[in-house]
Design a protein. Structure first.
Lengths: 407, 498
């Protein structure tokens, strides 16, 4: 469990603000789903992996006698897909975004059980353009946050699935292999020797080489002419996306292992890395909505992981000493305290943040200090904290507002 | 109290199914405890050979948890309860040291022969909502998730899981001697999850820091035996290696043989379904039904079937655990049931809007639900206890540890009495075994209070009195289809009241 301190929240809100602004600029609309969802939403094949499911916090609801269990939201995309199916399906295009926390059971009690993500989902539309749109949107958010040295890695779930199929494993072995890969154990793939040495060579090449442009994929296509039709069509899909990204001047690395944790991806997948950590990722998940009994509609999306991004943001000092005003009473008589509140209210009404002080706070943190003495005819002293010599003794409220506004 | 201070080694020994073979093994390897037998009324045992060793007899289900939390250094219990714990808490401080090479049967996933489920692949492929009944909810959840069942609901029960399919559950996860044995109950074994053998387990911290070698040496003949089911005890290995992962990996494909499909029992949906209790409540309930003039076959003291029959062709009857009845009535598996008022209240505290209603008390099986503490604690009632918890947390322990099999009743009682802080230790009966070492207070049922006195405990409050009662599903009572027959049956049962 984790507390977010004031400086953490400054970073958190900055991420949220940048993310919200970018999403709105691209035409996405914000949604929020409940923290509690039904467990069955996440159990079907193609949604969460068994290892992620084993980490959900699940418990009985008010009608627990029915055996139905509810969970603390373990994933951001699936609830938004549910919201879409329940309320918004039938629209041609739906662009949604959310800022949410997700929960994972944590076996040691030492790690964080709650993580935050900023996500965007694109329902409908043809492939290619939406794929590129969400990658570019994610890039823009990261760029506007001022995070540098970010790497974009691309993969394709269809390629991985086609390779698995080529290994010709039994259904049980294939399921186990899929789970291993989804948990990040790509070495398992190289160890599973197929009967076809061509496939072993292809797997080794894809795990070993990291392409930097669509040309790499053309090279793969030319080097392995005997690859399956499924493989070729996924490769073609990835070529189309990368060609478009090349033309838009977007740099990336092709890394087949850049798929993480989620089983629902069907097409292109991507991850953003900075300082050695994954800070976001997403991809195409065309089967998810139909799997959840929705219409057969393609979809893709991404999420930015707030916790690692927060660590990368420089701490912005609150801009003290420029605009903020401290209103303090000389004594704590009821009359002076009342006047302090009135003065501060007038300042805030005029658009100047004003903080009250009855305890003797450090004045140097503020741009202006208004001292309320309560003695007629000069109840107020206004002090400029930057140019100490500027003092306005006996200023009226109107004069104070004028000076403060002029700076 | 001295026996339980630091430096002493504490061993948790099982009641029930593994008591005799464990007692024989301990005697054989020179670790025998004089009073460790079926007849004992003691919970605490001293070793004649090792003055530093003491043991306590606990319910098997409690042992893995008690060892994991560090109340005991070592324990012996079935692999099923160990895996039930580890599958949910893989990082728990529980180390499996070795199989003790005795035990019987396995945990199976079974379906009713009636259900038409031929193999596991169908379960993940179909969009059905499967109801699974089990005493092992964690193992069952892991099984269902690994199988990628689209939708399932798990009904944890205290026992009698075999009685539920096919009407009240699609699948059960339960212990069975063998596939053939399961087939004789009209069930098809779909998958063997794990063999049930007795295991020696240890608390990780104790194993890492405390000298248990004298005791472990006694087990050496067992530990070096060639055991295919588990890794042999080997000091050369890292501690983690002992704690083999849960054995619930799911092999795809059916492992069911045709001949095990067994005879198909004749089963027909009945209009009204009644649940009757097994165990202690069976004999008085049987007498009560006789007085009411309801003739049953298969529910006498001599013969108890899971499905007794009545001379009313519209009445279906099943024998299940009284603890499970309120929930089973709430979810409409049964229209009526005979259970205890204690278990009804336990259910209603958890689910206040449950559609279960008490019709009338039956006047037998009366117990008191009490709060009790060790006689050494200088308090006479709950108010004095509250004052003691607040003023002297070092004397009584803070949080106050409360052992109970009625977790919702206990929770409410402690909240209502402003005991703060407290910690509930759920038990499976015989909470008195936990006091004073592993809990400070118990909330449990007593008939006479004699057992409590024997264990040097005293009652500080009586929460309520409870006796057997007839409960009903409110929707069934209101249903136009069922109303008439429900009324007929309740009238008939009312006639059995003394």
């Amino acid at each position: 469990m984790q507390d977010l301190f004031p400086e953490d929240m400054l970073r958190f809100r900055r991420i949220e603000d940048v993310f919200r602004t970018c999403c709105r600029n691209w035409g996405y609309q914000e949604v929020r789903t409940p923290t509690l969802e039904y467990l069955h939403l996440f159990t079907a094949t193609g949604t969460l992996t068994p290892s992620m499911l084993s980490k959900v916090y699940s418990f009985l609801d008010w009608d627990g006698w029915s055996g139905e269990r509810v969970v603390l939201r373990p994933d951001g995309t699936i609830p938004v897909a549910r919201l879409y199916i329940d309320n918004l399906s039938g629209r041609e295009l739906t662009r949604l975004f959310y800022v949410t926390n997700i929960f994972a059971f944590e076996g040691t009690g030492k790690e964080n059980r709650e993580r935050w993500q900023c996500g965007a989902e694109f329902f409908g539309g043809a492939e290619l353009a939406p794929d590129v749109e969400i990658i570019l949107l994610a890039e823009e958010v990261i760029r506007r946050l001022g995070i540098s040295n970010v790497g974009l890695q691309l993969s394709h779930a269809g390629l991985v699935k086609a390779l698995l199929k080529e290994l010709k494993l039994s259904p049980g072995e294939e399921a186990k292999m899929t789970n291993r890969i989804l948990e990040g154990n790509w070495q398992a793939l190289t160890k599973a020797k197929s009967i076809n040495p061509e496939i072993d060579r292809l797997i080794a090449a894809l795990l070993d080489l990291k392409g930097k442009s669509s040309s790499f994929l053309h090279n793969v296509k030319a080097s392995f002419p005997k690859a399956s039709q499924d493989f070729k069509s996924s490769l073609e899909d990835l070529i189309n996306v990368t060609t478009l990204l090349d033309n838009l001047g977007c740099s990336y690395k092709i890394d087949i292992a850049a798929i993480h944790g989620f089983e629902y991806y069907t097409g292109i997948c991507f991850q953003f890395l900075a300082a050695g950590e994954k800070i976001g990722g997403g991809g195409r998940y065309d089967s998810l909505v139909p799997l959840m009994n929705g219409e057969d509609i393609p979809a893709c999306g991404f999420a930015l992981y707030v916790d690692p991004v927060m660590k990368l943001l420089p701490l912005e000092k609150e801009k003290k000493g420029e605009s903020e005003i401290l209103v303090k009473g000389k004594e704590l008589t009821p009359e002076i305290v009342k006047t302090c509140f009135t003065v501060a209210e007038s300042l805030r009404d005029a658009g100047h943040p004003a903080e009250l002080d009855f305890m003797g706070r450090e004045e140097s943190n503020y741009r202006w200090v208004v001292l309320v003495s309560g003695k007629e005819p000069s109840p107020f002293v206004l002090t400029d904290c930057i140019q100490r010599r500027r003092r306005y003794i006996g200023a009226s409220m109107a004069e104070i507002l004028k000076v403060v506004s002029e700076g | 109290m001295k026996d339980y201070q630091d430096g002493y080694i504490k061993l948790a020994l099982p009641k029930g199914r593994f008591l005799s073979p464990t007692a024989s093994l301990l005697a054989e390897i020179g670790l025998g405890f004089q009073d460790y037998s079926d007849k004992t009324k003691q919970y605490r045992l001293r070793s004649a050979r090792f003055p530093s060793l003491s043991a306590k007899i606990l319910q098997e289900k409690d042992i893995s948890i008690q060892v994991a939390v560090g109340n005991y250094d070592l324990g012996i219990c079935g692999l099923d309860w160990i895996e039930e714990f580890l599958v949910k808490y893989p990082a728990g401080a529980l180390v499996k040291i070795s199989s003790l090479n005795y035990g019987e049967g396995s945990i199976h996933v079974v379906a009713s022969a009636e259900a038409g489920i031929a193999n596991l692949n169908e379960l993940s492929a179909l969009r059905n909502d499967y109801r699974i009944v089990t005493e092992y909810p964690n193992l069952t959840e892991a099984f269902a998730l690994n199988l990628r069942m689209r939708r399932f609901r798990i009904f944890p029960v205290w026992g009698a899981a075999e009685a539920y399919p096919p009407e009240n559950a699609d699948l059960a996860v339960l212990w069975g001697k063998s596939g053939a044995d399961i087939a004789t109950q009209g069930l098809i074994p779909l998958k063997k999850l794990l063999p049930v053998t007795a295991f020696l387990i240890a608390n990780r911290e104790s194993l890492e820091s405390k000298d248990l070698s004298q005791i472990l040496a006694c087990f050496s003949s067992q530990l070096t035996a060639d055991l295919p089911a588990c890794s042999p005890y080997d000091f050369g290995r890292r501690a983690e290696a002992w704690q083999a992962g849960p054995q619930t990996s799911i092999e795809n494909g059916p492992d069911i043989s045709e001949e095990l499909k067994g005879p198909r029992p004749l089963w027909q949906a009945k209009e009204i379904n009644l649940a009757l209790p097994d165990g202690h409540q069976q004999a008085p309930t049987s007498q009560f039904l006789k007085r009411a003039g309801l003739a049953l076959q298969g529910y006498s003291e001599e013969v108890v079937s899971r499905r007794p029959s009545a001379d009313l062709d519209w009445l279906g009857i099943k024998v299940i655990r009284p603890q499970d009845m309120p929930l089973q009535v709430a979810n409409s598996n049964f229209d009526l049931a005979i259970t205890g008022e204690d278990w009804l209240l336990e259910h209603l505290y958890r689910f206040p809007s449950s559609p279960v209603k008490k019709l009338f008390a039956l006047g037998f099986g009366t117990v008191k639900i009490v709060a009790a503490v060790s006689q050494e604690i200088p308090v006479a009632d709950i108010d004095e206890l509250r004052a003691l918890v607040q003023s002297s947390p070092d004397v009584i322990g803070a949080p106050l540890k409360v052992a109970s099999e009625y977790i919702n009743i206990a929770d409410k009682y402690l909240r209502d009495n402003h005991i703060n802080p407290y910690k509930l230790i759920p038990t499976w009966g015989a909470s008195e075994a936990f006091l004073p070492e592993d809990a400070d207070m118990l909330i449990d049922n007593v008939q006479t209070g004699k057992t409590l006195k024997q264990h040097k405990l005293k009652i500080i409050d009586v929460l309520f009195r409870s006796s057997a009662c007839l409960i009903a599903n409110k929707d069934s009572l209101a249903s136009s289809d069922k109303k008439e027959k429900m009324e007929f049956l309740t009238q008939k049962l009312r006639a059995g009241l003394l």
